[in-house]
Design a protein around this ligand. Sequence first.
Ligand SMILES: Nc1nc2c(ncn2[C@@H]2O[C@H](COP(=O)(O)OP(=O)(O)OP(=O)(O)O)[C@@H](O)[C@H]2O)c(=O)[nH]1
Ligand SMILES: [Mg+2]
Length: 401
Amino acid sequence: MKKWWESIDLTNYEKSNLNKEIISFNQQLFRLKEKKLRIGIYGKAGVGKSSILNLLLNKKEFKIDIINGSTKNIEGKEWTIKNQRLKTIELIDSPGFDFCDIEDPENTFSQINSSEIILFTIAGDINRNEVSQINLFIKNGKKIILVLNKIDFWHEHDLKSILKNIRLKLPQHINIPIILNSKNNIKNQITDLINSYGESLLTLNSFQLADKLFLKIKKQRLKRRQREAQSIIGKFATIKASGVALNPLILLDIAGGFAIDTALVSELSKIYGLNLKGESARKIIKKISLNNIFLGATQVGLNTSFNLLRKVFLATAPFTNGLSLLPYGPIAILQAVISVRSTKIVGKLAAREIFRKSKGCIFDPSYIIKKIIVKEPEIFDYATIYLSNKNVDNNFAIFLP
Ligand SMILES: Nc1nc2c(ncn2[C@@H]2O[C@H](COP(=O)(O)OP(=O)(O)OP(=O)(O)O)[C@@H](O)[C@H]2O)c(=O)[nH]1
Ligand SMILES: [Mg+2]
């Protein structure tokens, strides 16, 4: 992962623009190397988050209070457990997300959102705010475990109906485990999970965070490239159109139009870091024309058929009243307009093709994510959801010229 990260070759602009994200990703890389897993706790104020972490630690390390808001800031403490492949585990306490006076809610969320396991604590049936926070974590591809606290408040049959109700409100496409806080229940279940999957959870989360950052970088780059590509296409369209409009008699012949398009593809490919020349650029043009055969008849094809078009116009002129009145000028303008349109279409289609080719150049972290999921699809179902959400969200076509 370190090698991949170094290979991305960030520009100074990207470094300053994504400064915060880069720092937090470097911290994650460090934790991956040091085998340090983080468990974050989240939930409404006063549900017993700090008490649960104290229970895991077997000590009163985190401050608790009967009054809401005893935890004011994110705070971490080390938890040592035996028989583990991980070096350290950090428990991260957070202020209640609905508390009126949190100092930095965004930082609180992002700290919890970057930890490997999230213990989402509830103290009874869940409300709309809690459901939407849970959904947000799931959308972010997080491993989330629900901890039902303060169960001493209810009789067993009430507890059953509360649990049933909670399950109905949770998203149905993912299995969110619910742990009841009774006796050593939480401690045993969390310890089991860490001992079996701790290392994988850490690796998977690191690749997910890498993937999220990589996506941000890709989008930024594509936006910048989109502007550059649009300007190049515009320039080429002008060159071709002015050639056609100024010199309507010596129309661009097939070879001429093709040469300009090839040069355009070559320039576009530079923007996308491919640098296609000569034959490779010509291949792209041919592929575009073949793949867009219908478009081709009216758009791409016209690009190379000015002579034909002119002949059709002139030949049909005597037979069609309207056209026979067309003086030569409007035909030249029409040809120029068609030429601009067709160059733009060639440019857009070429950019798509070039982008498709350039995607294979850099290694994609989601490749590893898929490989980890395959090992334990049930444990890592949250990552499957992450990948499928990502496919819906990431329509890169909108960033193409
Ligand atoms: N009856 C009962 N009380 C509990 C339980 N867990 C926590 N409490 C009490 O609930 C109160 C709040 O507990 P905290 O651990 O401070 O809750 P918190 O979620 O950390 O609260 P904030 O930091 O203010 O958001 C304290 O008085 C705890 O003693 C439980 O399982 N049963
Ligand atoms: Mg607290």
